[in-house]
Design a protein around this ligand. Structure first.
Ligand code: FMN
Length: 494
């Protein structure tokens, strides 16, 4: 146990601002995080077998539903109108949480479309239905089975997420206990960031599949806390209303089987006494609704790849040997193309309450003649051959397999915590991380569309980063994009 651990009286006083500070560059000294090197003996969740009735979703699904040009340009895709409601649900959930690809040389051999820190996948996705007579039902998605399981969990009366008039919503809850044995006090941070990736992905999919109700998306991030789940180390992240007429889970083929279910390890609270206090701060009630997707068409020239194809090729570059050893020659307008697609993607999905507060800084290895750090208008903040070496200073440890000197681009996502707390109160903590994850996800998709891998990273030395690069606030997240040394052998699943 580290000697500077947060004391019991300090724990009672923790609010969003303190947690911003603790999960920033002070974390290594004050938080107990096994994977950051304080403990070599992390606790793993255990597994129990249980009988379950699973409603199986279709795997006979189209490989593509929309071009990126149509998606970003706001053109509804004709092929989607021919899809049954259950096929739309199957595509939505598959591209959120089903195993997609086998990568024998990747860090986690099974790859999914939404990334996860260390491949631990703490997010639980479920569909909830409220019928006109007030009956509430919920089905949890099991990616391994590509099937829905009815839950017998008690629903808290306050746990009333945004429902569309059709009665349906997609829910995202982080099972923080799943990663707490490894991430300790820090666990809510990767969960909220990861949910941000899921929020962006769900927004794009729901929109492309005709499931996103244009009239309601502003409720997407609100009305879904206070469920009393905090004690169980679960974090409700968002509910997305779905326009889903004509869908009945009971029409799907059912299967009675035995499934393996992870259960929270005992004694997490005793092992990590500060975790519950940080978790409560992340679970603050929502302060403001999110923003609807823009209905204005985005004028860009995206590549010919489709939306689902882009989601399939998105990867963190889990290549055994990391980023390519030499800088690949880039076309001069690649930076502008990626930047334009990234903006287009962000505009056409619902946005969370904190998204407008984020500050972005982009590093390009090759920008108008050399390495440059740019603001969001494309103006150069700093340029010169010293930049790639400065970037190396922010890597947390020497042996990290990320050679930043040959990275093609890096997106830095920062926030001014004082401004965020002033505007959104304690909810600013959860909302800032969700928004950062969503913006990072769109950047990763934009990079994927142009053939680059994109690795989201939370582990960095913020102190070094803040000292050498002006990134405009407290760094929350970054995405390193580049070309891999060699591609992993892969095999498609499902
Ligand atoms: C919230 C979050 C934090 C992450 N932090 C790091 C990190 O600090 N260092 C790193 O090398 N990769 C990090 N990753 C990348 C994951 O390791 C990667 O996404 C995962 O291995 C799955 O690979 P894929 O993105 O190709 O599906 C992070 C991913 C997420 C979602």
């Amino acid at each position: 146990m580290n000697r500077l651990a947060v004391s019991a009286p300090e724990r009672d006083r923790l609010g969003a601002m303190e947690v911003f500070a603790l999960t920033g560059y002070q974390r290594l000294e004050r938080l107990d995080v096994p994977v950051f090197g304080h403990d070599t003996d992390p606790i793993a969740p255990s597994t129990r077998m249980r009988r379950a009735r699973l409603y199986r979703l279709s795997t006979d699904l189209p490989a593509e539903i929309s071009t990126l040009a149509d998606h970003v340009g706001g053109t509804p895709c004709a092929s989607v109108t021919g899809l049954r409601p259950d096929e739309r649900v199957a595509l939505l959930l598959r591209y959120l949480a089903a195993p997609m690809r086998f990568e024998p040389l990747g860090e986690s051999a099974i790859h999914r479309a939404v990334p996860s820190a260390r491949g631990l996948f703490p997010l639980r996705w479920s569909l909830r239905h409220l019928s006109p007579d007030g009956t509430r039902r919920e089905w949890v998605y099991h990616g391994d089975w590509h099937a829905l399981r009815p839950t017998d969990d008690d629903m808290h009366p306050d746990d009333a997420p945004a429902m569309h008039a059709s009665g349906w919503a997609l829910l995202c809850v982080a099972e923080v206990w799943r990663i707490a044995g490894k991430y300790g006090d820090f666990s809510d941070v990767p969960c909220a960031l990861e949910a941000g990736h899921g929020f962006a992905q769900a927004g794009h999919l729901a929109r492309a599949l005709g499931l996103l109700p244009a009239e309601e998306p502003a409720r997407a991030m609100s009305g879904f806390t206070g469920s009393g789940r905090a004690a169980a180390l679960e974090l409700p992240l968002f509910a997305l209303p779905l326009r889903l007429d004509g869908f009945d889970v009971h029409d799907l083929p059912a299967l009675e089987t035995v499934i393996a279910e992870a259960v929270a390890p005992p004694a997490l609270a005793e092992r990590f006494p500060t975790l519950a206090a940080l978790h409560r701060c992340f679970d603050a009630p929502p302060a403001a609704p999110g923003l609807p997707a823009s209905s204005t068409a985005q004028a860009i020239t995206p590549p010919s790849i489709g939306l689902l194809g882009t989601m399939r090729v998105r990867t963190a570059g889990n290549d055994r040997s990391g980023i390519a050893a030499t800088l690949a020659p880039l076309r001069p307008d690649l930076a502008a193309d990626i930047d334009g697609l990234w903006r287009g993607l962000r505009a056409v999905r619902p946005r969370g309450a904190a998204e407008a507060m984020l500050r972005f800084t982009l590093y390009w290895a090759s920008y108008r003649g050399g390495p440059a750090l740019c603001d969001t208008s494309g103006a150069i903040i700093e340029q010169g051959i010293a930049l790639p070496l400065k970037l190396g200073a922010m890597l947390p440890y020497g042996g990290m397999r990320v050679n930043l000197a040959t990275a093609t681009a890096i997106l830095f996502v920062a926030v001014d915590p004082r401004a965020a707390v002033a505007q959104l109160g304690d909810a600013s903590l959860r909302e800032s991380h969700l928004a950062a994850g969503a913006a990072a996800h769109d950047f990763a998709l934009a990079c994927a569309a142009y053939g680059l891998f994109a690795r989201p990273m939370r582990m960095m030395r913020e102190a070094a980063l803040e000292a050498v690069l002006p990134v405009g606030g407290l760094p929350l997240y970054l995405v390193v994009a580049g070309f891999a040394r060699r591609a992993n052998p892969t095999g498609e699943l499902l």
